[in-house]
Design a protein around this ligand. Structure first.
Ligand code: ADP
Ligand code: MG
Length: 413
């Protein structure tokens, strides 16, 4: 069963109160919901727990979570329960094990936390076969590898247990795994190589540029002309997508539209053609992107400001997954911010402050004369060098002109 993006985002908000995924969270969740085993390498604090907790809530059955420390499990149990997730731990110190087993068998648990040594107990396998397992989540998955910094032999018992459920997806999570360790985790846990997702928020092969919109058609034509490989142009409305996909034909490149208003069959066809193409330009609303596996996207252009830094990062992040040089160009106008601020009035009161913060963060990304990448990475909690050498501000001398002054006034209006 495929879940529409809107449903995933609704549940993200309903269960956790978050408005957007961070970094690769969306990709990990999408893969797991599609039943595909995955190894996610994400820095500490990147939000790994959510990548199994959200699918656990959405998929029928229980997510069996393996975690190396009882204290860690009880922390996770507390925060999951606080979010209204049906969760329990099954460890030697839990006195209510019988009740937990009954809840599992009754299908009354989203999450069941267990220690790895339990995996070797025959009655645990027996119990799992009598209930319904939605997925396996293996936290601190580097423990399975002798290459890792914290090898736990018990983690090796997980493979035979999981192999008894060949159709159940496995999600391995770790913050710390070098190339050797990653390969070893994949092999030890039976996860295919294509299932590796590495976060680290920096995308050094993407060149960021953010530029005032004066003649958008000409500016987009230039981006397309300078980047012969496949690309995505994001436009804010369906009408603009339709119009731009016509106009950009003049570039001589194949252009197709993609938005939620198109017939599902047309949408699927356009997507398939884009994925197979080496020079196509997909003109799309944000409905396009999640779960699309195309590693050689060479550019992502925004015809207008996205909703937030998170959206910007996620949308531009679709460029250059193969690691080759790629560009992200955003055109912005003061009216993007005027409109965003006007929309604040329609936002429910309790969400307004958060929305305002998001708009302000986006404005600072747009107006900074300093390194764009450094600002982005700091936004995601990293501590980057002050200058990256691969964004417009690092490559050009900072432009301190009247235009910037005007923009600054408009942005803070
Ligand atoms: P990790 O296991 O990678 O160290 P956690 O799962 O503990 O990270 O999450 C770190 C923090 O980030 C938690 O406070 C969590 O609530 C928060 N968080 C996770 N995902 C999001 C998101 N999409 N938006 C905002 N905050 C998030
Ligand atoms: Mg964690």
């Amino acid at each position: 069963t495929a879940f529409p993006q809107s449903e995933i985002l609704d549940r993200l908000h309903a269960v956790f109160g978050f408005n957007a995924f961070r970094g690769v969270q969306a990709d990990v969740v999408e893969r797991v919901l599609a039943g595909r085993s995955t190894l996610a390498v994400m820095p500490t604090g990147a939000g790994k727990s959510l990548t199994y907790q959200l699918p656990a809530v959405m998929l029928p059955g229980t997510c069996v979570v393996v975690s190396p420390l009882i204290a860690l499990m009880h922390d996770q149990l507390r925060s999951a329960t606080a979010n209204g997730i049906r969760a329990a731990t099954l460890t030697s110190v839990d006195m209510d094990r019988g009740q937990t087993i009954d809840r599992f068998l009754a299908g009354d648990l989203d999450l069941l936390y267990v220690a790895p040594e339990r995996a070797s107990q025959p009655h645990f396998l027996d119990m799992l076969t009598r209930g319904r397992v939605a997925m396996f989540a293996i936290d601190e998955a580097h423990c399975v590898s002798e290459w890792g910094h914290d090898f736990r032999p018990d983690y090796r018992l997980l493979r035979p247990l999981m192999d008894a459920f060949p159709d159940v997806p496995r999600l391995a999570l770790t913050a710390t795994a070098d190339r050797h360790t990653r390969a070893d985790i994949l092999a030890q846990l039976g996860i295919p190589e294509e299932g590796l997702i590495v976060a680290g928020f920096d995308r050094p092969n993407i060149r960021y540029a953010i530029t005032p919109r004066d003649n958008p058609l000409r500016q987009l034509m230039t981006v397309i002309a300078e980047n012969p490989g496949p690309g995505i142009v994001y436009a804010p409305t369906r009408a603009q997508v339709e119009k731009l996909s016509q106009q950009l034909q003049a570039s001589g490149r194949p252009c197709l539209p993609y938005h939620a208003g198109l017939d599902p069959q047309v949408r699927a066809d356009n997507q398939a053609r884009f994925v197979a193409s080496e020079d196509m330009v997909m003109v799309a609303t944000v409905a396009f992107g999640m779960g699309i596996d195309k590693p050689d996207v060479r550019f992502v252009a925004h015809a207008a400001c996205p909703k937030s830094i998170e959206s910007y990062y996620q949308e531009t992040g679709r460029a250059g997954r193969d690691g080759d040089p790629s560009v992200a160009v955003m055109l912005w106008g003061a009216e993007d911010f005027v409109r965003a601020r006007q929309r604040l009035a329609e936002v429910e009161e309790h969400r307004r402050a958060g929305e305002r913060t998001r708009i302000d963060a986006l404005a600072s990304l747009v107006e900074t004369p300093h390194c764009r990448r450094a600002l982005l990475l700091r936004h995601f909690g990293e501590n980057p060098p002050p200058s990256c050498g691969n964004c417009d501000n690092c490559l050009d001398a900072p432009r301190v002109t009247d235009a910037t002054e005007v923009a600054r006034k408009l942005l803070s209006a």
